[in-house]
Design a protein around this ligand. Structure first.
Ligand SMILES: NC(=O)c1ccc[n+]([C@@H]2O[C@H](COP(=O)([O-])OP(=O)(O)OC[C@H]3O[C@@H](n4cnc5c(N)ncnc54)[C@H](OP(=O)(O)O)[C@@H]3O)[C@@H](O)[C@H]2O)c1
Length: 257
């Protein structure tokens, strides 16, 4: 097989959570363009339909499936639907996430619980559902968790978010050990700042522009810059990569200031 062919995902079914916007929508398109049948999952079904329309127009295969990652019944139903529409999910991109930035002393328990339920427990529950089905079918798989540089370093105002992403990174490592011998790899990427609906107001502000300027690359990341790393981890090109957290951040996490 030629080197680039190992990145192809033909015949695979890939479920992308949070595919209705931002990073998830970009990854859904990229996985479909690499040959996977994509299950684009999130709560906003109208936005998912638009993503699916774009993928089909680009020659890919995709289906919109409603999913709330904080609801275990919704998770089971989404995997059932994926199997009806395509096949057993063998690539899971745990991308859905929320950020509710606020200083620790002003963050209430409801906000903390929402961030943890979405960013951490959602990853836990989806991965368990995916792995249960892969193990039953005796099939290999690849799980890619979208963590964050805030799972590796700290930022004022990000107590719940940073804790949730650090938890995802440690979960990634433990699951790599527990599931690897069954052919299921579990990896993470830790993106640096990319402008999406999660933060576009901030990056339009003077403080946002200053933050981008201060970072080693002097800019925010582009969504297409996450595609190569995710494809590497999701595909057979990364078949001996298991348990890593790969920063994709223009050296943000290696800077001392
Ligand atoms: N942008 C950045 O700078 C950056 C940096 C590092 C990491 N990340 C991570 O990248 C991921 C994607 O974020 P983004 O920047 O692309 O922001 P975004 O455009 O706001 O996307 C967030 C996605 O998560 C989905 N989501 C939220 N709660 C959900 C739930 N309960 N069930 C299902 N889906 C849910 C949303 O879909 P619905 O509302 O339709 O459900 C949406 O598609 C997140 O995990 C984020 O933490 C982002």
């Amino acid at each position: 097989m030629l080197p680039l062919e190992r990145f192809r995902l033909d015949g695979r079914t890939a479920l992308v959570t949070g595919a209705s916007s931002g990073i998830g929508a970009a990854l859904a398109l990229a996985l479909a363009q690499s040959g996977a049948t994509v299950i684009a999952a999130a709560r906003r079904i109208d936005r998912l339909q638009a993503v699916v329309t774009d993928i089909v127009a680009a020659g890919g295969q995709a289906h919109a499936v409603e999913l709330d990652v904080t609801d275990s019944e919704s998770i089971r139903a989404a995997f059932d639907r994926a199997e009806q529409l395509a096949d057993t999910v063998s690539i899971l991109i745990n991308n859905a996430g929320v950020a509710e930035p606020s200083r620790f002393m002003s963050t209430d328990a409801a906000s903390r619980d929402k961030v943890m339920a979405t960013n951490f427990e959602g990853v836990w529950d989806l991965t368990q559902e995916a792995a249960r089905r892969l193990l039953a079918a005796k099939r290999p798989g690849s799980i890619v968790n979208i963590a964050s540089i805030l799972g590796l370093g700290a930022g004022v105002g990000y107590a719940s978010y940073a804790a949730s992403k650090a938890a995802v990174i440690q979960l990634t490592r433990v699951l790599a050990l527990e599931l690897g011998r069954s052919g299921i790899r579990v990896n993470s990427i830790a993106p640096g700042w990319c402008v999406t609906e999660m933060n576009d107001e901030f990056f339009a502000s003077d403080a946002g522009k200053a933050l981008a300027n201060r970072s080693p690359s002097g800019r925010t990341g582009e969504l297409h810059e996450l595609v190569g790393p995710v494809l590497l981890l999701a595909s057979d090109a990364g078949s001996y990569i298991n348990g890593v957290v790969l920063p994709v951040d223009g050296a943000h996490t290696v800077a001392l200031v």
